[in-house]
Write a protein that binds this ligand. Sequence first.
Ligand SMILES: [Zn+2]
Ligand SMILES: [Zn+2]
Length: 388
Amino acid sequence: MDGCVTEIQSASGTKIAIDIGENLANKDKKVLPELKVEGLNDGKASFDAVFITHYHGDHIGLYNKVLQGIPIYIGEISKNIYQILQKKLLMAKIVSEKDIEIINKFKTFEIPNKIKINDILITPIEVDHSAFDAHMFLIECDGKKLLHTGDFRTHGQRGKAVIPSIEKYVGNVDCLISEGTTLSRKKEDIITEFDIQKKAEEYFKNNMYNFVLCSSTNIDRIAAIHKAALSAHRLFVCDKYQKDILMYIDKISRSNLYKFKNRVLSYDDNILDLMKEKGFVMLVRPNSISKKVMNKFDKNFNFIYSQWKGYLDKDFKEYEYLQKFVPENYVYLHTSGHADFYSLKKLCEVVKPKIIIPIHTEKPEAFKEMELKDSKIELLEDKQEIII
Ligand SMILES: [Zn+2]
Ligand SMILES: [Zn+2]
């Protein structure tokens, strides 16, 4: 996925960027040149602020390249999760102390409070996505309204709230900048996070020993797996880093779904006998520590692969370490973090945009198949500008 940056400028010259992503896994493994935007991460600073929709690399990855003096805004919970993640990467020497300092200085916003950057008004709206605390942004300036979707879906744990929130806080807009990740895939019924939970529960009831591979920051997936483990009366085990994230989520959330406290064991060799006796669900990641634990069960376990299957494709850079880690007889249990065709169409019908600008998609022209009477689809090239 290519990194996302959207530049928005008012008539009087206030400039903000939505997201500052890096180019992620590339199919032919060629390193794409880093995204350069004059005044944002290149040349002399001319932007007034950057707003980050969520903590996935294709939206935040170039945060440390933003020119000095330009403030970066992100949801408070996102900032805290990103701090935990980056501190782990600091220990592995993948990021530097300087990077951590930049993250510590991120400014935060709270929904649905508006933020004013000169003559541009920004309203964050919470959405459902495979990143926790993800947002859309309503941008108001020069008498116009624009909605930037970031990444979103409606089939996750808080999916039902997405369209009503947009109806409440957004209404009709002049322009919709929308993701369309799933549009290049076949139109098929997407399973929900709840379906994942039910299926996982079955697997956990039928198998004593279960390892699950999923993203450490896909909190809603982990919550589904955790609930399934509890229902199947298995111990729920993970490493210390993952437990830190879950304890933080437990602390800030009031929802029953995210009650992890006293229910999560962090792995240590001395709980091995207990795991063998009671049965368990353990979250793993492709590293030697997880591999060592798996080896103790001598292939006598169920392995669930719960993230995008594309990473297992030979053309992707993740393939090399994943193929050494994921057993041949793995079970695939996953659903997309992105809206399907019908949810995207529903969004368009709700906000009735005069203009739709597709981003984050390999098939932008698929918006035309929605046959929206009142909207014009603008297919923009990289770096192309449009006046609304
Ligand atoms: Zn995302
Ligand atoms: Zn994305």
